[in-house]
Design a protein around this ligand. Structure first.
Ligand SMILES: Cc1cc2nc3c(=O)[nH]c(=O)nc-3n(C[C@H](O)[C@H](O)[C@H](O)COP(=O)(O)OP(=O)(O)OC[C@H]3O[C@@H](n4cnc5c(N)ncnc54)[C@H](O)[C@@H]3O)c2cc1C
Length: 344
């Protein structure tokens, strides 16, 4: 990297927070990825805005990294600057609102809400990553409030979306303006907000939640985590242990894989049989299929897991194979939910 640029970045973030050739495998949940040419850690919104503004002025590419839980970084790494967002301040506003900086970790945010007796954010406990990315992607998971319906009819379990609890978002626009926008600006698409198109970066977000008693929140959190990772869990109304349902088409039970991954690789897409992406991959015969050290997980076919030492090229080969097979068998075009970054 050019010496003047390097000097300027160090001036902004301090030498302790600047690194060169930083292996991205250390910063991704996949534990995969070549080096970032430059890597800076930022802990305040002011520094975050300064670094982004300065890199844009100097014409250097930059990539904003949250928790690295939704990206596949190429084996040849990332040119320019990776900005690791570690802004993490959270504050209670009035009785039922929380403002969180974008680098706050989802689970920390859910716990902060719980400590303040606020319900509505429990599902974020189960989603790795940061609040900024959760808003950008409109992250979602099963609504723990709807689990009681599971015992009557599993198809009645609904989803929770981050944008449903967001009130306003502070953004940095591609032309350098800082603005506060409301829900209408963000849109309501499944698994993405409009920010994915506009390129706005999330600086902070304010969430509106509801007051409730601590026992309700801790029950919802427990059932949330059990639902995520266990093959059986406790019906909160009867105390009975209940087995998870099998996929009605493939006969498999899906749980969250424990090996390193980036969550669901593909988005669900509309289709006549209402097959989720994982089921399509399963029906295409790819559950447990391996290339190099990467494999479609035995626990959930929409996850690719790193068996240890996988290359981005292995994962990419699996992605392309799934797209090809699913299109051939079902005429459907799978689209990545994970973000591919850098050179492959
Ligand atoms: C085991 C596992 C389970 C998962 N389960 C779920 C789930 O149930 N539901 C779900 O929705 N997702 C799930 N995911 C995916 C992941 O948790 C989410 O996509 C999460 O939002 C990623 O956050 P991150 O901070 O790690 O983003 P990163 O991976 O760091 O970045 C992802 C993208 O967001 C951009 N970005 C990061 N911060 C900002 C910001 N402040 N402003 C604008 N853009 C930003 C990045 O530039 C990049 O393009 C799972 C992932 C794993 C590993």
């Amino acid at each position: 990297m050019d010496k003047t640029i390097k000097k300027r970045l160090i001036q902004i973030v301090g030498s302790k927070n600047f690194r060169e050739n930083e292996p991205m495998s250390r910063h991704t949940s996949f534990q995969i990825g070549g080096p970032a040419e430059s890597f800076v850690e930022v802990t305040s919104l002011r520094t975050l805005v300064m670094v982004i503004t300065e890199t844009r002025k100097m014409g250097i590419p930059s990539f904003l990294l949250g928790g690295g839980a939704n990206i596949l970084v190429g084996d040849k790494g990332i040119a320019g600057v990776v900005i690791h967002n570690q802004t993490a301040k959270m504050s209670l506003i009035g009785k039922d609102r929380i403002r969180a900086e974008s680098g706050a970790v989802n689970a920390g945010f859910a716990s902060f809400a719980a400590r303040n007796g606020l319900t509505g954010a429990e599902f974020l406990l189960a989603i790795p990553g940061t609040v900024g990315s959760a808003v950008r992607q409109n992250c979602h998971f099963r609504n723990p409030q709807s689990f009681s319906r599971y015992f009557v009819d599993f198809t009645k379990v609904t989803d929770c979306f981050v944008l449903n609890i967001v009130e306003t978002v502070e953004i940095l626009t591609p032309d350098g303006q800082i603005k506060t926008v409301g829900r209408a600006y963000l849109g309501t698409d499944y698994h993405q907000s409009r920010l994915r198109e506009t390129g706005d970066l999330v600086l902070a977000a304010t969430f509106r939640l509801k007051k409730t008693n601590p026992k309700t929140i801790s029950d919802l959190m427990r059932i949330m985590l059990e639902w995520r990772a266990k093959r059986e869990f406790i019906d909160p109304s009867t105390g009975r242990v209940v087995a998870r349902p099998k996929d009605p088409v493939t006969g498999h039970i899906n749980i969250q894989p424990q090996l390193p991954s980036a969550g669901c690789v593909f988005s669900n897409l509309p289709n006549a049989d209402n097959h989720p992406a994982g089921r399509l991959i399963d029906l295409a015969g790819l559950r447990c299929y391996k290339i190099g050290k990467a494999m479609f997980s035995p626990e959930h076919a929409n996850y690719i897991v790193n068996l240890g030492g996988a290359k981005a090229a292995d994962v990419l080969a699996l992605i392309n194979l799934a797209k090809e097979k699913v299109e051939k068998q079902f005429g459907l075009k799978l689209r990545e939910e994970i973000v591919l970054v850098g050179e492959f």
